[in-house]
Structures are given as structure tokens and as C-alpha cells.
Design a binder for this molecule. Structure first.
Ligand code: ADP
Ligand code: MG
Length: 359
């Protein structure tokens, strides 16, 4: 397998204690396994994302880190300290949920200061820190307003301010943008990333949306059926997926089979031409265009090869003059790609425990 040159952790991460370490974590609900033996290190200051389909165990893992759920087995460490038996309020983590319940009768400043007051931070200090936190989420001067006067995106920012004001070591976010429309979600993705960089707080972010994960994350853990299939940077996940599941979940892919090995070949790495005369060393197969979808920035072609296999190809609409689709349905083409673009997949997940020594 071609695995050399993979970067597993930020360069300094292997030298320091991870801020969060999960070791052989397990959890069942009424005998049905939800988490099936999970190992993971998260480095301090990372924007770390749990990505996976619904039911794959992302929320369960997050809730165990927060202390809302108890694992059946395994260890959860924060800064090298075992959290077993430590209640949620005693952990230096804060959680931001999708349905961010704000107190409607309180001002934003009072909403944000609420948790500090509950922890007996003096009033003046609590209010000053609340204003500071509101400024951090770009709601400077909004302190006297009430939640009813805010848009959905602004309410989400107040919820963030409420978490950030506690200065947690780790912020846990479970699909916090799920309720927002697409445009606002994109805007909030950028803001969240900025907030994370500005505060230096470690973010553990849950999403089922691969675009969102790729946009924001330093590293991503791909969840499947209660386990992690791969931990990697966004580009590694896309360019070097370990498994067919990861290749299919992160982006669109073609799966080729050759001599019993599966290969992932991304649609944009295939070059279409009318002749098979490919560049030196290129692979080439004859195919027929079955569908052409013009998408503005790109055109997506569905091809059928002579052996009946489907291939998806995406061409950027750059440099083709008028940008109109080059190939019409029914046309015979050749699909060409460099051999190194076809990435070999493992038949089973490679469970990584980066930088770990057996214990
Ligand atoms: P995700 O957040 O990735 O969608 P979850 O962690 O919520 O997944 O769920 C993982 C599995 O555990 C699912 O099969 C789900 O039905 C089950 N599960 C989660 N929470 C509970 C619960 N409180 N009671 C029973 N089953 C649960
Ligand atoms: Mg969930």
C-alpha cells in the first residue's frame, strides 16, 4: 500500500500531551453497541471534527467527553487527567448545541453572564466578560438587546459567546449550524473558524456535512458504525482515503477494481479526449457519455465504459471558450488519468492510534 509521506498529526502534536485522549472507549444502549472501541488523540489548539453519517456515534462520543454519558469501558483523559467520575460541570469543557436555548426575558449580556454568575463570579466582572465575549462573536454593542430581536445567526453567536465566556479548554459543538440556511451556514463556518483561531480554544466539532468538515477542520475523524475509519487532514482524507467508505463519504469518487485491489479515482482527475492517444504513461479507457450536467463552474459527465461500468467525470469550465459542455450524451470519448491519481484502498479500516505506545 502507498502510505508513505502521510502526515498524521501537526508536527508538534506528538511531542506534547494531547488535550483529549480517548482509549478503547465503548458504549452500548440496551445491548446495542453505539461505540465499539474508540482510540483518539486530539492536540491542544486543534479544530477537530467528527464527521460521519447519522447514527455513526458522533454525538455519543461528544456526550461522553462532556460527561453527559458514561462510557461502559475505556478512558477519557483531559490534559492527561482521567475524567472518570468527574461530573460535566467539573470538566474544563463547554458544549454548544444546535438548539441553543437562550433566556428570552434576559438581555444578551445577562444571557452570556448567566453561567459566570452561577459560578459566583462577581457581578461587574461577569458583565464585563460577557461584553467581551459578545465582541468576540461580532455582537459588540448588542448587550442590551433581547434574543427575540435577533436573527438565527445572531442567536447562534450568542450561544457561542455563552460558551466562550467560560474560557473552556475545549469547546464541544454538535451540529451547531444545522438549523441555519445554506448562505448563513457558510458565513458562520468562516466565523467559527476565526473564533477558534482567535481564542486558541480546542474545538471538537460534530457534523455529517463533508463540505463543512473540509472547510473548517485541522483534522477530521471519519466515523462509521460506532468506530473511526480514518483520522487525517482534509486534503489527506480526500486525496488518500483509507477505505471505500471514506472515499465515498468525503466527496464523490469512482471505485476501480484491478487484480483484487480497489482504487479511488476522483472525478476531476480524469481527462476526457476524443482519442485514446494519452500522454506518456496515462491510463485510458473508451467510454460513452450517458449524461452531461452543466453546473456553471463545472460540468459533470456520466460515462459508461465498454464493460458497462459507470464513471463520473468533472471538467472545470475554464479555458474552453464559451464554457459550454464539450461532450454531448451519446458521444464516444476516452477517459484518461495518471496512474498515481488512482489511490489504492485498504480492504478493512486501518485503525490509527498516532503516536501511541501500547499500554
Ligand atoms: P450520530 O450523532 O453520529 O448521529 P449517535 O451518537 O447519536 O450518532 O448515535 C449512535 C447510535 O447510538 C445510534 O444507533 C443511536 O440510535 C444510538 N443512541 C444514541 N443515543 C441513544 C440513547 N439515548 N438511547 C438509545 N440509543 C441511543
Ligand atoms: Mg448526532
Amino acid at each position: 500500500m502507498r502510505r508513505e509521506g502521510e502526515r498524521r498529526l501537526p508536527d508538534d502534536a506528538t511531542l506534547t500531551t494531547p488535550i483529549i485522549r480517548l482509549t478503547d472507549l465503548r458504549k452500548s444502549y440496551a445491548g446495542a453497541p453505539a461505540i465499539t472501541g474508540l482510540d483518539l488523540d486530539i492536540a491542544s489548539g486543534e479544530f477537530f471534527t467528527f464527521l460521519g453519517p447519522s447514527g455513526s456515534g458522533k454525538t455519543t462520543t461528544l456526550r461522553m467527553i462532556a460527561g453527559f454519558e458514561q462510557p461502559d469501558a475505556g478512558r477519557i483523559e483531559l490534559d492527561g487527567k482521567d475524567l472518570a467520575g468527574s461530573p460535566p460541570y467539573a470538566r474544563a469543557v463547554n458544549t454548544v448545541f444546535q438548539d441553543y436555548a437562550l433566556f428570552p426575558h434576559l438581555t444578551l449580556r445577562e444571557n452570556v453572564a448567566y453561567g459566570l454568575r452561577a459560578r459566583r463570579v462577581p457581578n461587574a466582572e461577569a458583565l464585563a466578560r460577557a461584553d467581551e465575549a459578545l465582541a468576540t462573536v461580532r455582537l459588540e454593542g448588542f448587550g442590551d438587546r433581547r434574543p427575540g430581536q435577533l436573527s438565527g445567526g445572531q442567536r447562534q453567536r450568542v450561544a457561542l459567546a455563552r460558551a466562550v465566556v467560560n474560557r473552556p479548554r475545549v469547546l464541544l459543538l454538535d451540529e451547531p449550524l444545522g438549523a441555519l440556511d445554506l448562505k448563513l451556514r457558510h458565513q458562520m463556518q468562516v466565523e467559527l473558524k476565526q473564533l477558534q483561531q482567535q481564542t486558541g480554544i480546542t474545538f471538537v466539532y460534530v457534523t455529517h456535512d463533508q463540505d463543512e468538515a473540509l472547510t473548517m477542520s485541522d483534522r477530521i475523524a471519519v466515523f462509521n458504525r460506532g468506530g473511526i475509519e480514518q483520522v487525517a487532514t482534509p486534503w489527506e482524507l480526500y486525496e488518500r482515503p483509507h477505505t471505500e467508505f471514506v472515499a465515498g463519504f468525503v466527496g464523490v469518487t469512482n471505485i476501480l477494481r484491478e487484480d483484487g485491489t480497489l482504487f479511488a479515482l476522483r472525478p476531476e482527475k480524469i481527462r476526457l479526449s476524443s482519442t485514446g492517444a494519452a500522454a506518456e504513461g496515462e491510463r485510458s479507457i473508451a467510454a460513452k457519455v450517458t449524461a452531461a450536467s452543466y453546473l456553471g463552474m463545472s460540468t459533470r459527465y456520466l460515462l459508461t465504459t465498454a464493460t458497462g461500468e459507470a464513471l463520473t467525470v468533472v471538467e472545470q469550465n475554464a479555458g474552453f471558450g464559451d464554457g459550454a459542455p464539450r461532450w454531448a450524451p451519446g458521444v464516444a470519448v476516452h477517459a484518461n488519468w495518471a496512474p498515481r491519481s488512482a489511490w489504492p484502498l485498504a480492504s478493512a479500516p486501518i485503525i490509527e492510534t498516532p503516536g501511541r505506545t501500547a499500554s
